[in-house]
Each structure stands twice: as C-alpha cells, then as structure tokens.
Ligand binder design. Structure first.
Ligand code: WTA
Length: 683
C-alpha cells in the first residue's frame, strides 16, 4: 500500500505495540504495519461487572443503539440531568457541510447553577464538594461543602463584576491548582463571561499570545503557585506578558496564595481579598442560551499558533454530565480524584464541570506525583479515601520506574476504579497500574478524547465491558467512529485507519474563537462531511478501538499536545538559528520526546553553552513542557527539489531506524541523509 496524501499515516497496531513496548509513542507508516493478526488480545473481564453499576452490558447495547437510532430522544432524556431555565424543544441541529453545530439551541440555563446552586437548593449543601490537597503534605488543606463553594463563587463573581466584567467578556485565568482556580471558572460561567484558562506552566510569551488572540481584558491569577516545593512566579509572568504589544488588559485580579513579594501596578492590579471584601452576598446566575459561549481553551494543531477551541454552554453541560455519570460510574458518597490541571480540558470537564454537576465529592491536588516522594499519589489516595482515580499514562510510567514499594507503602483499599487519559497507554504500564496499584480488583478505563470533543468519546464502561490493555475500547453513547484511508475511503472490519467521527455529539467544539474558517479547515476539510480527529486508530475483531497516536504534525509529550510548528517557530526566533524541523520520537516516560533538527546561520558554532541557551530560549518562548529533549545540529535538512522538508526521514532518523528510510531519490541533496545518520549515531 502506498499512501501519498499530505496526511502522513503513522500508526502501529496493538500487535506491534506489544512488541515495541520500549518504543511507546513510536510512529510507523501505515504501509509498514503488520496485517491484522488473527489472535486478538484476550478481553480481561472487568472485576466489577456488578448490578450496582450505572451501565451493565445489556444497558450499553440498548442505550448505544438508541443513541444512534433516535439521538433526539436519547439526548433529550440526558438533558434532564440539568436544571434548565427554559427547557430545550430542539435537540440536535447540526451540519458538517457547511459546518454549523447546535444542540439544545432554544434551551436556557446556567452551568454554574447546575454545578453548585442547585445542590444547595436541594438540601445537599453540606455535602463536601472540594477537598484541597496542597503541594506540601504538611501545608494547609481545605475542605469546601457545596454551600461553602457557592459562597466562594458568589464572592468571586461579585469581584469580577466590580472590576467591570460583563456577559460575553473574555477572562483569562492563569492559576495554580487551587480552589480559586475552579471558583474563578464557575464565577465566569455564573455571570456569562467566557473563561480562557491558560496552563500555569506556560511562559509569559505564550500567555500574552493567548490574551491577545481572544482580546481578553481581564486576568485572574495567583501571586505564585507551588509545585514540588518550588514556587511558580505566576504574577510576575503576567506582568511580563502584559508588557508585550497586543496584550492589553483593564484589570488583573490577584489571589494571595503564597504571600510572595510581587509588584502591583496601580490602577490595573487588584488583590482579590480587597476587592471581595465588600461585594454583595448574592449574585444571580445569568440566563445563558445553550449556544452561548462557555469557554475558550487553546490547543495545538499541525500548523500555526494554538487555536482557541470554543465550547458553548448547553451541549457541553449535557455531555460532561452524562459522560461523568456513566464513565466514572460515580455513586453518592464516593471520592473522585482527577490528577489533571485545570489548564487542560481534562481539568475543565472532569475536575470542574462534570463532577460538580453530578454533585460529587472530589480531591483537587496542587502538587506533583513525585513530591515529597514517589508515594505521594497513593498517600493522597489513602488520606482522602479516594474511590475513583484518574491520571495520565506518563505519570504511571514515571511511577512504575520507581518500583512497587512507594505504592505498597499506602493503603489503597478505597480504590474501586482507575482511569487514564491523554495518550496511548502501553500494555506494560497498564498491567502495572492494574496489578500493583489496583491489585487486580479495579477496572481500568482508558478514555480517549480531545479538547475539541469536550468529554470522553471512546472507553470501556466499568460495568459493561471487559478490557484490553492498550485499547480505549468502545464508543460512548452517540459516538460513531469511522476509520478511513488517506483518500477518505471508509474501511470496514478489523483495520487500521484515520479516525473520524461521522455525526455530531452535544459536547463537540463549535468553532475556533474568531476564526470559524480555521475550524472548518482543521477538522472538516481533510475528509469532507466528517470530523477528523487527527489520530490514527485500529479497530480489532472485537470492535475495540486502539488509538495509535497522532497522524498529523502534533506530538504528545507527557500527555500534552504540542504542534511541531510551534516548537520550530520558537527555535527559529533565536537570531542564530537559520532553520529548524521538529519531530516526536519514542520516549520511555513521556511517550514522545521533542527531537529538534537545527541549522545555524553561517559562521555560528553549536557548543554546549549554545545548546543550553537554545533550550532555554524555547522554554521562554513556550514553557518548560516544550523543552527540547534532543537538539541535533545539522548543516542541512532533507528537502525535496521543491523545498519541502521530508519529515518522514527525520522521524525515522530520530527513532534510530535507519533501515527503512524509503525512497530518498527525490531529495534535492541525498547526501544530507548520511550526514544526519552520522550525527544521530555519534550522539
Ligand atoms: C491523545 C486530552 C490514546 C490523542 C483529553 C488525542 C489519547 C489527544 C487518549 C488529545 C487515550 C487522549 N489513548 N491517545 N486514552 N486520550 N489521547 O486535546 O492523540 O489534550 O488526539 O485532550 O491526546 O489531547 P487533548
């Protein structure tokens, strides 16, 4: 098979996946992949196929069938999970050509009311909503009931209003993992402002770009964050960001979290505790149309700067409410913990909105898995008697490397469900999570989804399905995955392909903020009439889906999405760099590492000091998560005669796979390849 279109097909089947255990995140052209093997991996029975589950096997089949045959009836029913100010009469109203997506369009609601107020109104105000676990295990923890959370949200909403925030305004939130981060999001939603949360690990430059792109006039930040005992200078990063042209705000609201010594700009910067000292004790929830914007979240794509993915109110609320209920199988009284950061979509959907809409009790953790030691996750599990734990494969792999002792040192008997998200989990890490962390008593749900999908799309459901290590499993209700080849031909049966979704679901992103054309180009143009996910996928003979990784120029580093173009643009912004090409390569812990080929301007030398300087330059431009793992200085890059860089060759060389470079005769200068291989081998 020869695939020639612009969508590079890089995938490897679960069979290879097992063989390439040490090459997680590795890429392989579709044409290299093995034929479907007859021996599908065994399905491991879920240890908890009990009657208490929200969804048993028969329910899944029935509900899934109904969700496809009568989506309006299905989603109308699910929408009853929410309180509406005006119930929606129209359920689905979408088109992928032209692209116009609406759900529940005539419904009116407020998601903050659904996540907070209604629980208090229904007499559940004393139930614990958030359990804050600080970075320092000896530090001050905090527990908030739903009633207390409501009071906090009203205070924050009052403070935002006092600063002039109005319905439809964009508010940038740049916070550590503290209660006020979630409170700020809920407060925005309460008054109809659109939040744009920027991960606290992003640099001032990256923050400035995101403030400018959505013309946000307000920033909410903390003086500093704490991660692994080290301060993160959030407020001074905001100051640096606001010095850039274009990032121009009216007000910065600063939460005093660490008591750091920071600069406050007169007239622009305000301490939260001062502004909130005299705000009203009530603040009505703004009635929001279901299609009114709820949030913007920037995410990386193949080209250009990060896109502001736009989610609206009603469909997103129904989607996260429904997926949280079924996927995490949450029961009243249980303690849920998602270890993500609110700066990513996982934090939006499964720390803030999904759990709170369901009235759950959850842990919010400020710290990192390895501080003060590698047992911290399990110490927190024991301390707060966590029942459902949701984390990323990269964390599992990093902890697995430290052995079983830090896990076994803590009581994990409360755990009954384990989840993963963000990247493919290699079977070895899956087994360790299952056997050592869960003692083979808790099902694992491997949840595949994206910023653009709003919530979980493919996963096994704990009471309905058996599991296969490394496979996400089955489509969630309403989701119709389709595998296509590079020409768009639909592939049936057990096969590898490009993963598309053929019909809209309520949680789908509606646009790219301020650039609907880019939304259409990115997701609906490669395969017309379908949503293209950018992921490669294999469907096996049991109809289980195996996500094999991105097929575009996006890499997944420790579960964080990064556009290779973004890193390239950071590299070439250094005055000594002439040209750069970035690819992912297999990395034992991170899944993929960042491999950068760099050509310097004539006369420049790449010594150790410069290598450090260039690394730091990328950290300054984007943030520590984009730090190059490998800098490979080369006099030239492999280009076709028309000047196009052949990334396929660069990926193979980065993977140390020199045997299958394929046809290099179309290169303008084929000797470049030998130079690159020499350079790789001498490292
Ligand atoms: C990858 C994170 C395999 C995938 C929620 C997707 C996964 C990208 C999984 C989205 C999984 C996410 N198995 N790959 N369970 N979950 N991915 O937008 O490549 O940060 O396209 O959303 O992560 O990353 P994003």
């Amino acid at each position: 098979m020869v695939y020639t279109t612009n969508v590079a097909f890089n995938t490897y089947s679960y069979f290879e996946y097992n063989r390439l255990e040490n090459h997680i995140g590795g890429r392989m052209m579709m044409s290299d992949s093995l034929e479907a093997t007859k021996d599908e991996p065994e399905i491991i029975a879920s240890p908890r196929q009990d009657a208490e589950s929200h969804c048993a096997a028969a329910d899944y089949d029935r509900l899934y069938a109904q969700s496809l045959s009568d989506p309006d009836a299905f989603w109308s029913k699910q929408s009853e999970r929410l309180d509406w100010m005006e119930s929606p009469a129209t359920i689905a109203n979408w088109s992928y050509d032209p692209v116009d997506i609406k759900w529940f369009e005539d419904g009116v609601l407020n998601i903050c009311h659904n996540a907070v107020d209604r629980h208090v109104a229904a007499g559940r105000g004393d139930i614990t909503a958030l359990i804050f676990e600080p970075d320092d295990p000896e530090g001050a923890g905090r527990t908030l009931s739903y009633a207390e959370l409501l009071a906090e949200v009203i205070r924050m909403a009052g403070a935002l209003k006092k600063l002039g925030v109005k319905k439809g305004d964009r508010v940038t939130i740049y916070m550590p993992m503290i209660v006020e981060g979630a409170v700020a999001m809920l407060a925005c939603a309460r008054i109809g402002a659109i939040h744009s949360v920027v991960f606290g690990g992003f640099s001032p430059d990256a923050l400035a770009g995101r403030i400018e792109d959505c013309q946000s006039k307000f920033v909410v930040c903390a003086d500093a964050g704490l991660r692994g005992g080290k301060p993160v200078p959030l407020k001074s990063n905001v100051d640096a960001a606001l010095e850039k042209d274009g990032a121009d705000v009216d007000a910065v609201l600063v939460i005093n979290h660490t008591g750091s010594d920071i600069a406050m700009t007169e007239g622009r910067d305000h301490w939260y505790h001062e502004v909130a000292a005299d705000v009203p004790t009530t603040c009505p929830c703004e009635p929001m149309g279901a299609e009114d914007p709820l949030f913007i979240l920037y995410t990386s794509g193949s080209t250009g700067k990060p896109k502001g993915v736009l989610h609206t109110t009603g469909g997103y609320a129904v989607w996260v409410a429904t997926t949280f209920h079924y996927v995490f199988d949450y029961k009243p009284g249980e303690v849920f913990w998602c270890s993500a950061d609110i700066g990513w979509v996982t934090g939006h959907s499964y720390i803030v909105y999904g759990p709170l809409i369901n009235g759950a009790t959850e842990v919010m953790f400020e710290g990192v898995p390895n501080y003060p030691d590698h047992g911290r996750f399990w110490e927190v599990v024991a301390k707060h008697k966590v029942n459902i734990f949701y984390t990323a494969p990269t964390a599992i792999r990093a902890l697995m490397r430290e052995g079983d002792a830090p896990v076994k040192a803590h009581d994990r008997s409360s755990i009954r469900l384990l989840g993963t998200v963000g990247e493919p989990i290699n079977p070895e890490a899956w087994r360790w999570y299952y056997d050592v962390v869960g003692e083979a008593k808790s099902p694992i749900i491997d949840t595949w989804w994206q910023t653009e999908t709003g919530g979980v799309m493919i996963t096994t459901l704990p009471g309905a399905h058996g599991m296969k290590p490394g496979s996400a499993g089955k489509p969630f209700f309403g989701i119709q995955p389709q595998l296509v080849d590079n020409e768009g031909a639909v592939l049936d049966g057990a096969t590898d392909g490009n993963l598309c979704i053929t019909a809209s679901w309520p949680g789908q992103a509606r646009s790219v903020y301020g650039d609907h054309e880019r939304f259409i180009q990115t997701y609906f143009t490669t395969y017309k009439g379908k949503y293209f996910t950018g992921d490669g996928c294999r469907r096996d003979g049991d109809d289980y889906y195996w996500i094999t990784g991105r097929v575009d120029d996006v890499i997944n580093v420790s579960g964080h999405r990064m556009g290779t173009a973004e890193v390239e643009s950071a590299l070439v912004s250094h005055p000594k760099v002439a040209e750069a090409a970035v690819v992912g390569y297999p990395h034992d812990i991170k899944g993929q590492g960042i491999y950068c080929y760099v050509t310097l301007n004539a006369g420049e030398e790449a010594d150790d000091a410069f290598t450090t300087e260039l690394r730091n330059h990328v950290r300054t431009e984007i943030g520590p998560i984009a730090t190059p793992d490998h800098l490979h200085f080369t006099p030239g890059l492999p280009k076709t005669r028309s000047g196009k860089i052949m990334r396929r060759i660069l990926r193979k060389i980065a993977e140390n796979d020199f045997g299958t470079l394929g046809d290099t005769s179309t290169l303008a200068d084929p000797t470049v390849v030998d130079t690159l291989i020499d350079g790789r081998m001498n490292r």
